[in-house]
Design a binder for this molecule. Structure first.
Ligand SMILES: Cc1ncc(COP(=O)(O)O)c(C=O)c1O
Length: 393
């Protein structure tokens, strides 16, 4: 494994998180317990939602969320081709057919493409808040009507906002009230809020919340530790619960989320200014909306695919990690090999274009002081593009 001077991300964990985790360890109750309840309550309040259910990952949240909405074999679920494979995995795990549609210029699900994909079998749409941006959910709801479920994949986007054209104002990721059935979040270490691994589902529907709670706990109807009856609900059930250590971390991080977002936005503003001085004509940052984004990476769009790949290598040679994500799912061999009743694909040429030209640069809250050095290395890597690719150290 290459050790990078500039990894893609670094965690932002302080004494408060350490103290919270140590308290849980001292109490000795580390599986399901009061920390989870408190974290869920605070998270639901943050999203103005009636329920939040903590799970062991964002992918789990998506899978059980869709299952709780009754989605399964014979149903179609629409999602963008440009997303992390987790979105597709969550859909496929339900047994539904995944329908891949294109994205818009921002890399967010294209509403025209969604409309073209609708069929009598469409049961849900999973818009993805990609790269910490936010989909205009009220507008999506207007486009597809009220009969089809919306499960927002906000795994990357806690605190992100979108200007909404359906109603004047702003839509904030996870604030689904009246717009969607559920939103899911992921707490992997590159995110604005991390619990190591972990995820959350928010919903206003008590039945959905109850079904999710049962599914993540072996489908047990009675989740009281004192009474381990084998009263089983909908099968299959899973072991996807959160845990007290993760919840304690998440709860502390949520109290400082506003501050974290501001800090990241200040960094993004500085980063964008510096990029403007370093990037050659024709190359550009992919996201410019500093204050609406939940920054966890700094994607740039490079006009030539081969040069983009060469830049990725040249940065690696200089100790800088970057990532060519995300792949356009509709071109992935494993996706192409899926049976016909599990995958349907519309024209996804914009997804393919972005996938071929995007490069995500390092981003983490403490990067500020090192930005000049990072820009220096980026500048050298760009100058090396005319010569033969260097071998990685
Ligand atoms: C768009 C998207 N959806 C879903 C997930 C799944 O989250 P997890 O890794 O917690 O399963 C991720 C992961 O970060 C993601 O980027």
């Amino acid at each position: 494994m290459t050790a990078f001077d500039f990894p893609l991300a670094q965690t932002d964990i302080g004494d408060a998180e350490r103290d919270a985790v140590m308290s849980v360890l001292d109490r000795g109750w580390i599986s399901s317990g009061p920390e989870i309840g408190a974290f869920e309550e605070a998270f639901a309040a943050f999203c103005d939602a009636r329920h939040a259910v903590m799970v062991n990952s964002g992918t789990s949240a998506l899978t059980v969320g869709l299952l709780a909405l009754g989605i399964g074999p014979g149903d179609e679920v629409i999602l963008p081709s440009l997303t992390f494979s987790a979105t597709l995995n969550g859909v496929l795990a339900t047994g539904a057919c995944a329908v891949l549609v294109d994205v818009d210029e921002q890399g967010l699900i294209c509403f025209e493409s969604v409309q073209a994909a609708l069929s009598p079998a469409t049961a849900a749409v999973v818009p993805v808040d990609l790269y910490g941006q936010c989909v205009d959910l009220p507008r999506l709801r207007q486009c597809i009507g009220s009969e089809i479920a919306i499960v927002e994949d906000a795994a990357e986007a806690l605190g992100a906002e979108a200007e909404t054209f359906a109603a004047s104002g702003v839509y904030q990721a996870g604030h689904i009230s009246g717009h969607g059935e559920a939103s899911i979040f992921g707490f992997y270490p590159n995110k604005v809020l991390t619990t190591g691994e972990g995820g959350m589902l928010v919903t206003n529907d008590s039945q959905v919340a109850a079904r999710v709670r049962a599914r993540i706990n072996q489908s047990r109807r009675n989740d009281s530790d004192a009474d381990v009856t084998l009263e089983i609900g909908e099968l299959p059930g899973f072991s996807m619960r959160g845990n007290e250590l993760a919840a304690a971390m998440g709860r502390v991080q949520l109290t400082t989320l506003g501050q974290r977002l501001l800090q990241r936005r200040a960094l993004a503003g500085d980063y964008l200014l510096r990029l403007a001085a370093v990037l050659p004509a024709g190359q550009r940052p992919f996201i410019n909306n500093v204050n609406a984004t939940s920054w966890f990476t700094m994607p740039i769009l490079w006009s030539d695919k081969l040069e983009r790949d060469h830049l990725w290598q040249a940065l690696k040679y200089r100790g800088v990690a970057s990532a060519r994500y995300f792949a356009a799912l509709h071109r992935e061999p494993a996706v192409l090999a899926l049976p016909r009743d599990k995958i349907r694909t519309l024209d996804c040429s914009r997804s393919a274009h972005i996938a071929d030209h995007i490069l995500c640069l390092p981003f983490w809250p403490g990067l500020g002081d090192q930005l000049p050095e990072l820009m220096d290395r980026l500048s050298h890597a760009i100058h090396a593009l005319g010569s033969a690719p260097e071998e990685s150290a």
